[in-house]
Design a protein around this ligand. Structure first.
Ligand code: HEM
Length: 470
């Protein structure tokens, strides 16, 4: 599989190549991928910074494997599910995750998202059991309780900014799951809340400087670092408390502290701390964005709401929605799936080629950064009829069986797929079930909001919804 010299190495066997006998040719003979022209030195930077989503209209005009450059980096966009599958799953060892490393966004250098190789494998091994279907069910009660409390606070006619409210709600749930802590996201008292807010603000402020060289440290950087230092001290304090009480809780911190002591899978103190930064980053804004768009879409589709309520009526009745109900709430699952198709919270994955590879007959040199854009592939007419329409039934009417598997990958794929996928799905289903029983939704803001291209696919402006008690 190593690149370069032999005639058979590094070929893209069978992938949409259409070039007959390509495996017999030396890799140097494969042409580079086509792509849009850029300016000297900066390449396509201006186009990307000005309109990162519109830039992909330009990109896709060149095919499914498209090269472009930004300052010193060469990128190649992959726009076909088969290529995505190859990079994430079947040939994943030829690519490494490329992520925010030079963005100065502290998401835990020693944690699961940022680590690689042995360090990543060991940590994933320790944490995987915490996120199985059985284990995440223990958080269902917390999820439903917090959703209920939010509903109780909202009077008839209340106008909410869905993005803000869901961010608070998912942060409350996450703080319980990670630390067994009850936090108030509207207060400044808790270091966990301050850190979550700082990470979100930071991701937002970073977007224009992304990929541009020589970020000059500013006052905001230093403030951010101070907040994260405070957070790490707070985590240390909580670790100390767990050790002192010998806690047998099922919050992530307790699990990591216990694993820290067991041979063969020990996590260092720095790894535990950094993973709690990682999870704070990865574990609530993503779900919040998915919920925001689910509600935006539900508020525009009464027929879907009616069907969803009919399902709730038959599965949940007058009970409180719980983990046992969730597996039978198939229509809600289709609704959330479809919302994440239209608006994938993580809208683009990045990988770096560790060796020369050939994809669809094009040579991709080692070091190239590959972009796998969910926001394009999820709306590709080749895989979805009327892709702009919100149609939950496309996940229940059998048409899903005809689609390539990686035409839909909101949680990534392969060994590094989202570890929180089951947690997020359970959480979102319980929140939708709880709130839709209590409220009718009236959308007050733009039905087709502008997207803010930060680390998530959040709306650029508040999604305002008036809630009518039922
Ligand atoms: C709707 C909600 C969510 C979405 C759409 C989402 C999406 C993703 C995606 C696409 C990846 C893979 C990134 C890549 O391959 O480069 C990922 C990784 C990850 N996610 Fe999520 N996520 C969500 C919720 C969560 C939650 C709730 C947690 C934790 C409680 C979480 C923790 C993580 C972690 C730790 C990783 C890194 C895994 C690894 O590298 O081994 N995510 N997520």
């Amino acid at each position: 599989m190593v690149s370069g010299s032999s005639a058979t190495d590094g070929t893209g066997q069978g992938i949409d190549a259409g070039e007959g006998n390509e495996s017999d040719r030396p890799i140097e003979e494969y042409p580079p991928a086509p792509g849009p022209a850029g300016y000297p030195i900066v390449g396509n930077a201006f186009q990307v910074v000005n309109d990162p989503f519109g830039f992909y209209d330009v990109v896709s005009a060149h095919g499914d494997v498209v090269r472009y450059s930004i300052v010193r980096n060469t990128f190649t966009a992959l726009l076909h599910p088969d290529h995505v599958e190859r990079v994430l799953v079947s040939e994943h060892e030829r690519f490494e995750r490329y992520l925010f490393a030079d963005l100065g966004l502290d998401i835990g250098a020693e944690g699961l998202v940022m680590s690689d190789g042995e360090q990543w494998r060991r940590q994933r091994g320790v944490m995987q059991p915490v996120f199985t279907t059985d284990r995440v069910q223990s958080y269902a009660e917390t999820m439903a309780t917090y959703a209920d409390r939010a509903a109780n606070r909202w009077d008839d006619g209340k106008v909410i900014a869905a993005n803000r409210e869901f961010s608070r709600l998912t942060l409350r749930i996450l703080a319980e799951a990670l630390f067994d802590l009850e936090v108030d996201p509207t207060s400044d008292d808790e270091a966990v809340v301050r850190a979550a807010r700082a990470i979100n603000d930071r991701a937002d402020a970073r977007r224009l400087s992304t990929f541009l060289p020589e970020w000059v440290p500013s006052l905001a950087d230093r403030r951010f670092e101070r907040t994260m230092d405070e957070y790490r001290r707070r985590v240390d304090e909580l670790i100390g408390q767990r050790r002192a009480t010998g806690s047998d809780g099922d919050d992530l911190l307790s699990v990591l502290v216990r694993a820290g002591g067991s041979e063969g899978c020990a996590l260092s103190e720095a790894e535990i701390r950094d993973n709690l930064v990682t999870f704070l980053f990865a574990g609530h804004e993503t779900s919040s964005v998915a919920l925001t768009y689910t509600f935006l879409l539900l508020a525009q589709h009464d027929d879907v709401v009616d069907e969803l309520r009919a399902e709730l009526e038959s599965v949940v009745g007058d009970d409180r929605p719980s983990a046992e109900h969730v597996r039978d709430l198939e229509y809600i699952d289709a609704v959330i799936t479809e919302a994440m198709r239209r608006y994938p919270p993580v809208y683009m994955l990045f990988r770096r080629a560790l060796e020369d590879v050939v994809i669809a007959g094009y040579r991709i040199p080692e070091g190239t950064i590959l972009t796998l854009p969910q926001f394009r592939i999820h709306r590709d007419e080749r895989f979805y009829d009327a892709p702009e329409e919100f149609r939950p039934e496309r996940w229940t009417d059998g048409s899903e069986d005809d689609r390539p598997e990686y035409a839909y990958f909101p949680f990534g794929g392969g060994p590094r797929h989202c570890i929180g996928m089951r947690f997020a799905t359970l959480e979102m289903t319980l929140i939708v079930a709880t709130l839709l029983r209590r409220f009718d939704l009236e959308l007050l803001s733009d039905p087709d909001p502008k997207i803010s291209p930060t680390t998530t696919f959040g709306p650029a402006e508040d999604v305002r919804i008036r809630l009518h008690r039922r």
